[in-house]
Design a protein around this ligand. Sequence first.
Ligand SMILES: Cc1cc2nc3c(=O)[nH]c(=O)nc-3n(C[C@H](O)[C@H](O)[C@H](O)COP(=O)(O)OP(=O)(O)OC[C@H]3O[C@@H](n4cnc5c(N)ncnc54)[C@H](O)[C@@H]3O)c2cc1C
Length: 484
Amino acid sequence: MNGFDVTYDVIICGGGTSGVSAAICGARAGANVLLIERFGTVGGQFNVAGPPGFTYSRLFNPKGQKDTGGIVEETHHRLYETGHALPHMRPAWRAKAGYTFSYVDPDWWTFLIFDMLEEEGVTLLLDTWVTGVLKDGNSVSGVRVEAVDGPHDIRGKVVIDCTGEGYIAARAGCEMKCVSRDEIQPHTMAFTVDGVDWKKTLQYVRDHPDQFSYKHLLNPYTDNTKEAVYEAYSKCYNPIELGELMGFYELRDIALLNGDWHPFSGAGFFFTPKEGGVVQAHFQHSSQVDHCLPTDAWDLTRCNIECRKQNQIAWRFFKNYVPGFEHAYITKQCNELRIREGPRVVGDYVYTRDDVINCARFDDVIGMSSFRAGAYHVSSVDVLSAVSGHKDLGQPKDGGSYDIPYRCLVPKKIENLLVAGKCISADRAAYMRYVQQTMITGQAAGVAAALCARDGKTPRELEKDVSELQKILLEQGAILSLPD
Ligand SMILES: Cc1cc2nc3c(=O)[nH]c(=O)nc-3n(C[C@H](O)[C@H](O)[C@H](O)COP(=O)(O)OP(=O)(O)OC[C@H]3O[C@@H](n4cnc5c(N)ncnc54)[C@H](O)[C@@H]3O)c2cc1C
């Protein structure tokens, strides 16, 4: 018997942050798990297309309550212990907005995840595309894959779509929601840079604190001010205290006039820690291309081509205009787009903007979050101020956190299928695409699928009693409630 002939308890499609969390946590809950990934590595938007700007962020709400634990905290802790992550940073001027962050080395994150998958006995199938599902009526009974030697059918008791864009759920016949090509947020492509003279760059930051962004750090429920943010910039001697450095307004505007900046994104970057205390600059907003549906290969191709052009323009600007970048060089140009928006599955519960702003509570809670609603990007130099000014923007009330219910992971009508990650069931304004959210929903989907496989239940039947799911999640370190 080879790996294609086994009937697995749980088949996970896609090895991004949601998929690896589902695989590790589902295996810990006793399931025989197969994780299928189209690339030769796991990680998805975290490492192939990343790292994400803040890496693991917003683990505390603006009130200062820790609302995220589980697999997020565990992986951060393991990387921190081995010197491949920085502590979770909560300087007051960012913590009041909930914009806390923990930088990790994405290459060591990848090594760690491979180790953890092996530790838990997950079967990994790389370089293999899931192309569809096997179905008995409305019930999913496995997947069809295209492997290097051709197509195969693989049977599984429960399938989890962790492809980010819900590609497998769509093929299973689930109802999907996606905005039109005209409305979709711009996608981007990231690159990482080494050789920055941080002393020079930080001297510029201290001398020009008003040249950097602050609006996204103001929260109606806390007393953060523009002045407090500027003061932090004016006193900074260590780049990693900053979290991000977005703005360079005057320099950017001069460059725009000179034809040395493209008008599709703002200027700035995040940080990546490397061994020996090295800090790299990581650019993930330097290209932005709109009108690109992630379900259209021609759109994706155009976006790929255009992002690489914009990245080169942006990089020339930093080399020629920004103090400290004179001798810097690109160490990594990502080979996958960072997809900002895609389809969402319609599930048994659709999360709403009101749920976010009212800090909604649910009996079937599987995790919590404080990420605001309506964080849209536009392709313009005002990318960040456009986000702050959007009409759908809504902060959780009183700086608190909201519950994520299990039913958002269960697609309507189709049985034996769960979704986790970016594409779970939510309105556009309540889109749950942040890394910690994708790992929380991945962890819950993995455990839920393991229980369903063990007991011969469908994920929808599990909705009737989630007490064992919640008990196991708590044992795995998840946070399901906060003191009032
Ligand atoms: C510009 C930008 C900035 C961001 N910044 C931040 C940030 O600062 N902080 C933060 O927390 N989050 C940030 N995010 C969001 C976050 O990085 C992603 O939303 C998250 O990592 C998505 O995880 P996922 O598991 O849902 O999907 P993905 O990471 O996309 O994983 C999906 C996986 O499925 C695989 N796959 C797809 N189709 C198939 C198939 N048919 N067969 C087999 N495999 C398949 C893919 O190769 C991939 O590995 C940002 C996103 C963008 C676009």
